[in-house]
Every structure is written in C-alpha cells, then in structure tokens.
Design a binder for this molecule. Structure first.
Ligand code: HEC
Length: 105
C-alpha cells in the first residue's frame, strides 16, 4: 500500500513537471549584437499586433516602459503572447530594446 502511494505521488510529480514545461519554450537566449532597437519602429508595432488585443495596459510608451521588467520576463520564458508565438527576431527586438534602457526612441 505504501509503495502504491509513493508511485502515485511520483506519477503526479512527473505529470505536473511535464505540464509546466509545455508552457514555456525554455530555449530562447536573447541576441542583442545587431543595431539598437527603436520603440517606434521595432517595438510598438509588435506590441500592437501581439499584445494590445488582450493588454491595453502596454499600448503607450509610458505604460510599456513602466512594466518593462515584467514584459521582458514573460517574453523570455515564452508564456506570452498567449495563443501565438513570437519569432526569435521579434523576441530580440523587444528584449534588446528593454536591455538597452527601454528608451523612447
Ligand atoms: C490572448 C490574450 C493575450 C495576449 C495576446 C497576450 N496576453 Fe499577456 N496575459 C494574458 C492573460 C489572460 C494574462 C493573465 C493570466 C496569466 O498570467 O496567465 C496575461 C498576463 C501577462 C503578464 C503578467 C502580468 C503580471 O502582472 O504578472 C504580462 C507581463 C503579459 N501578459 C505580457 C504580454 C505581452 C508582452 C504580450 C505580447 C507579446 C501578451 N502579454 C500577449 C493574455 C494575453
């Protein structure tokens, strides 16, 4: 009986771990070697296409830059955008802009 309980616990642990893994890409590493990214040219159009439908709170420079740390985290871990994914180049545009100081450029 004790053995069964331990096996069940192990199975549940693996199941939960597998589900958590599905939610993230896990393998993304930013590459910021290229030209510096611009809010107006690179970042705002991506936020407008991929985020603003669900998050009006990121639709202006002032609001987005105030939440830059959170936004960076969810893009790097792959949990956002929900329902779709960004290409590596698109992730780089947002993450590298933030890492360069989230300038209003
Ligand atoms: C289809 C709707 C949808 C889209 C598109 C979407 N989000 Fe989200 N987002 C949500 C929901 C719902 C939550 C809250 C629930 C959760 O955390 O899963 C959330 C949570 C977040 C959070 C966490 C907020 C906190 O306080 O911790 C951040 C940051 C975020 N989203 C950023 C983004 C960014 C950046 C994009 C675009 C690249 C994006 N989201 C696209 C629906 C969406």
């Amino acid at each position: 009986m004790k053995k069964l309980a331990i096996l069940t616990l192990l199975a549940v642990t693996f199941f939960v771990a597998a589900c958590e893994k599905d939610n993230t890409t896990g393998s993304y590493t930013p590459n910021c070697d290229g030209t510096a990214k611009s809010y107006a040219t690179d970042v705002a159009p991506l936020i407008s296409s991929y985020c603003s439908g669900c998050h009006s709170e990121y639709s202006t420079y002032a609001k987005l830059s105030a939440s830059a740390g959170k936004v960076r985290r969810v893009i790097v871990d792959g949990s956002m955008p929900q329902g779709t994914t960004l290409s590596t180049a698109q992730k780089d545009a947002i993450v590298c802009w933030i890492d360069n100081g989230a300038l209003n450029n």
